[in-house]
Design a protein around this ligand. Sequence first.
Ligand code: CTP
Length: 392
Amino acid sequence: MKKVVLGVTGGIAAYKAAELARLFVRGGADVHVVMTEAAIEFIAPLTFQVLTGHPVYVNMYADRSGEKINHIDLLEGTDVVVIAPATANTMAKMASGLADNLLTTLYLAARCPVVVVPSMNADMYEHQAVQDNIRRLSEYGCHLMDPDAGELACGVYGRGRMPDPLDINAFTRAVLRPKDFSGLKTLVSAGPTREPLDPVRFLSNPSTGLMGYALARALKERGAEVILISGQTHLQPPAGVKKVDVTTTEEMFDAVFGHYKDCRLVIKAAAVSDYRPMEVSQQKVKKNNDLSTIELARNRDILMELGKEKGDRILVGFAAETEDVFENAQQKLVRKNLDLIVVNNLKEPGAGFAVPTNRVSIIDRSGEVENLPLMEKEELAHLILDRIAGML
Ligand code: CTP
């Protein structure tokens, strides 16, 4: 996302658009703001000018500095137009092709993706006329983001609030992703498995599911159908992903194999417990039982079993290592019949469990190792998909 035109219309949420502009700029985009006359009643153009480093355009014929502006020039090289907040009035004009200000004129001429973020009073939002306009804008190819429900600035509760700028930023980035996994049936496993000892205790590991959820979201953004088999986590599943909750390794095994037949790509990011207690007490084990050893039974290796029935699927595994990192990972890749293995050295700062970042190496079947720098798991997820896309 190199160039963004941010359209701001006259709603109370216009103040949040300043934060959005900042996020776009921080993400490396060149941001040009176009406001309607009504918007400047809510927030000063100077705010956006300072945040973006560019003049703000309101009028069709001249910017605030008196320089002439042509809407076509403004669109030159633009990757995306984002209209946030979008009032009922501006959406009505857009839906009927009215071009009576710079923003609506620009919309008609835009050939890049257009993101529209409606924001208004809940009763207005529900009105049939507004809903019809939203539907029409979708039909015209705009990417509509649903407003949030909650307390609105006008004091009522309902749906109409402009979403958090962070979410609008993520939505916009998702719109711009290549749809190179379009229609592909995929399965991602994520999070830890838990093996109960008794009703209140279990064996597990510190996985939070962040990496697997990031992969599921990235796949969805790139057009895939995604089944997310998830151990216990506190994460919200990405929108549009089918989530199957499991607790133990055996449950994960059954869930994964239950969906394996239809999937072309399987990414096993779950941190699976290799052992389970031989006996599970139905009652809480009391401390005066003098328990000093727990006998363990080995769990089946899900990925290994998947590898035996691989067919023409792509199988991607993870490896968490603390020593002989590459040798161990490479052996896992061969033993489990994988196409790629993503290995993290748990001793590296910022890598591994329960942190938003990871530092990994990717190893392919030919043994080639790609060492990647420390990065956010979201970014890493897309990078892993870039490598997989090359194999499809
Ligand atoms: N895995 C699995 N089923 C298991 C254990 C692991 O599907 N019972 C998968 C993980 O989801 C991961 C890969 O296998 O994609 C490697 O997991 P890891 O824990 O690093 O390796 P293990 O095979 O368990 O080997 P070890 O514990 O000896 O390192």
